[in-house]
Design a protein around this ligand. Sequence first.
Ligand code: GLN
Ligand code: ZN
Length: 612
Amino acid sequence: MPVLIGPITFPLLGKTRGQNFDRLSLLQKLLPIYSEVLRRLHAQGAEWVQLDEPALCLDLTPEQRAAFDVAYGQLRKAAPELKLLLATYFGDLRDNLATACQLPVNALHFDAVRSSHELDRLFAVLPPTMQLSLGVVDGRNIWRNDFESSLKLLRKAAKAIGNERLMVSPSCSLLHSPMGLKHETKFNAELKGWLAFAEEKLSEVGLLAQLVNQNGDSAALLENRKGIASRQSSPRIHNAVVKLRAEAVFAADLQRQSPFAARIAKQQARLNLPTFPTTTIGSFPQTEDVRAARARFKKGELSSADYERFLEQATTECVRWQEEVGLDVPVHGEFERNDMVEYFGEQLAGFVFTENGWVQSYGSRCVKPPIIFGDVSRPQPMTVRWAQFAQSLTRKPMKGMLTGPITILQWSFVRDDQPRSETAKQIALALRDEVRDLEVAGLAIIQIDEPALREGLPLCRSDWPEYLCWAVDAFRLAASGVRDDTQIHTHMCYCEFDDILASIAALDADVISIETSRSNMELLGAFAQFHYPNDIGPGVWDIHSPRVPSADEMLGLIHAAAKVIPKERLWLNPDCGLKTRRWEEVKPALKNLVAAANAARESLNSHLPTIN
Ligand code: GLN
Ligand code: ZN
């Protein structure tokens, strides 16, 4: 069955350029093309075509809903004999349920993993002419399906609409799942019994389809039940100490000792930084030799002592260089880290890693997300060794570097046997200990990166507050265990902030660095309008491009920033980490950044317009 992105989702979720326009106005041109494609597919022998319309799980306006009627009416006419399967997934249909059911299609695919609570409503309005593809096997996760609960849903559906109209399927495409467990050789048998990758998911769909009409316990069902039960009760998953600690988190644990104004005064007294302090986001170039050394170490070709020495040298050179060019807050460079989530996952209990569990991230980029399978805890400090080593090389305040709880959660496969908020809380507690240990080790500044905060937002706006509430709490839980004079930074990139500024402010980080250079500081306007209270480091160098901005150009951005944010609260930094850049770009660009900061300080003494 050929699969196409649906004619409404395509324009609604596509990226636009330039001025805003009515996306639905594109339909006039789009629909004739869709009609032609459907006709041709039919002519070439396709019996069914699937049209993906995940936009049906978003908040839609009445006009957008009406557009579905128009579009599908037209497509139906274009290829009257072709069977159309309309696929929705990733969330509830809510107000769009009636719309979906009244379209002239032959079948509807429904995500029963995320939205089984809508099934009764669906059965009530699904027209007798429509078949139902019930997505009971989670396409977004790596856990084995619980046959018993899936069979319950399937049998209920069979009873409501009849066996002949029911199809069994994964909840969505299998794009988000790794290929197959046969490519994993290192998992222990117990863990393997809890997992299902894409190939296993397809077998599950096949088995479920057979089992719907079978009474009694078949071997497949018994085997499945055993796997599910083993996961529920395994001591590998459950850690009583972690659970007790999570239960005992109180409001006071989410709160710094004093409000920002009092904290920043103490931090300033301790750090003694100039106006427009300069810093970077954490990583320095992961050059070929850094990656080669890590690869050789992992293969056992480089001894642990030699690898350590290599990292010490890379870190030393990096810190010395930052000192030489005059960056006010140096970082250690993150040479020991493969990836900002993997590095922490490898050291936390409750995580496992695949050998070949690749999934598409975007375009041709793939990632190998860790699997969070059990209660998360931190057997020992994770970053203190390198932070302390780096601090020992300089009198300047070294910035400790951590990945935040939401980003770790968001970029992993997460256990499905407890709410995500609970897992976030456990990760946050582990990070809280790390933050404290860094403080004790003498680090006066600690950055907790949360670039994935925004991408965790639920599809429907009405679900945002709940998510934002526990996400912000998790960050605060990680960050709040420190003294007033320890400065907490956070960093966010690739995102728009306008509509979640209240939550960003609620993180109560002393300093936030954000990506702004590409938007020419436009983003900062939102922070200014919101009267964002704490310090901000707007990016003045677009690190996604190899271009090295001049000091003048960065100075221009600083002036633009100082027009909307009080200068006392401004930091200067690149948009993001420098991992993917080359030293040949990093060196001149950071020199220019320091020069720009110096020039800005000078002009401040003479005539920089101030806003308060
Ligand atoms: N500290 C990380 C780095 O510098 C942050 C990366 C990110 O924001 N994606 O690489
Ligand atoms: Zn970033």
